[in-house]
Design a protein around this ligand. Sequence first.
Ligand code: FAD
Length: 504
Amino acid sequence: MIIDDCHYDIIVIGSGAGGGTLAAALSRQGKSVLLLERGGAMAIEDQNVADADLFRKDRYHPRDERWFGPDGDPIAPQTTYALGGNTKIWGAVLQRMREKDFSELAAQEGVSPAWPFDYGELAPYYTAAESLFRVHGKAGVDPTEPNRSNGFEHHPKALEPFLEPLRAGLQRQGCKPYDLPLSWSEDPIDPSGDAQLFGLDKGDASNLVIRDQAKVLRLHVNPSGHEVKGVEAEVAGEAWLFSSDVVVLAAGAINTPAILLRSSSDQHPSGLANGSDQVGRNLMNLQLTSILQLATQLSSGRYARSLGINDYYWGDKNVSFSLGHIQSAGGVLQDTLFAESPPVLSLISKLMPNFGLEQLAARSVAWWAMTEVLPEPDNKVILQNNQIHINYLHNNREAHDRLVYRWLDTIKSVEADPLTKVVRSAPIYPRGEAPISIVGFACGTCRMGDQQSSSVVDPNGKCHELDNLYIADTSVFPSCPSIGPGLTTIALALRMANTLDKAM
Ligand SMILES: Cc1cc2nc3c(=O)[nH]c(=O)nc-3n(C[C@H](O)[C@H](O)[C@H](O)COP(=O)(O)OP(=O)(O)OC[C@H]3O[C@@H](n4cnc5c(N)ncnc54)[C@H](O)[C@@H]3O)c2cc1C
């Protein structure tokens, strides 16, 4: 094994929303930081895909990686190993969790647990995160919007023209559509924000060493078992050992528990930080259904996600538990998630055999229905023969179905309104649930909490059982909000930078 001769203040593992943001923030504070990232730089043409090719290639599934699903069959996960992690292909919609999302809430099929702190604790970091990631949005329109001390620094992007009359049509049905807050760079070549652009690139280069193509295999502890002493990584086919005072795992909700489980030793026989048998458990992966509506007006088919609707976020006229969030998916040729909904595509090709993807994109509106799932100990990431297995079944399904049917009713009433001319009714609304290989919204596998017996990290992200090991990715989420986890992950990373600054 090659032993690196530098010793750092902090090693951060993974450069996505959590790790990329944290490593840069720590370097700005003057800490010496080593960032280890298993991927490399992603080519610009792969980041801003806007062509039918998106549907034809397994473009965002690492070629050599197979995980195993609940039935034991191999799956090719949609996950991005690159500088910036999954933020290189995300929709860049950055929303705050609502105040109530932080407290215990009754759901249709159980309870969504409380976080160990309230919204007020994270609010200043949300503000800083929106500023850092240049979030464009408009406050005061979404009825569920949490309290904020300020408006957005940047106005929303202009909508694709046909979406303005659609917004008005939704308003006539009593909905309150709002401009989705988007991370946006104003750079025409690389317009959508990500954790490389607004994370790593904002670091202090004199303090931040970035080693890409460095896949972390396991962590080594000192003889007492209370401190991580070395980080073992595979670099160009060779084993390397790196060292620092503090180590932060930010490899994402699947790979972070996998690294901890792989780091078992005499002192930690069931995996590092896993004395309570919580590592890998409580996996939550947002329920996502894509719904396609036909448009009468041509559009470019290439535009960002646009409108959000939270009118059913806390329920509807019949039920008082959370149903979830609706967002317009963006142009069909630009939505990496939509391209992963094979049921939608096969249905369309049967219904309209001569309808190519370009025509479909130009004449449709795609929507996403998004509903939270609840933590369950048996939904988990495990290692078998050193390979990742995902034991996972969605729960809270009836709430999600309600949301989908509620939304279908809403779009049908929009179509029935003679004043709304931009969409038209169809005999069928093709829709498809995201398959298990879509893991980009996964969270919860190393959850935070006050009690060591039921959580992996404390409210500051420090592993209960280790003095110098922290986690800064979506693994730590105690619950899974119906909106995306991106902004909360960035805010938590900025909060951790502050905590570490005071502690070191
Ligand atoms: C197609 C898509 C669209 C999305 N759209 C949105 C959206 O619009 N809004 C939103 O809020 N969220 C969205 N998400 C989710 C969002 O991208 C994730 O929640 C977020 O990136 C999670 O951040 P993270 O830091 O936990 O992990 P990641 O961003 O996944 O980063 C993990 C990093 O760790 C690296 N890594 C993994 N294993 C190792 C290892 N062994 N050694 C070294 N490095 C390692 C990875 O390469 C990666 O860089 C989307 C996700 C996808 C896939």
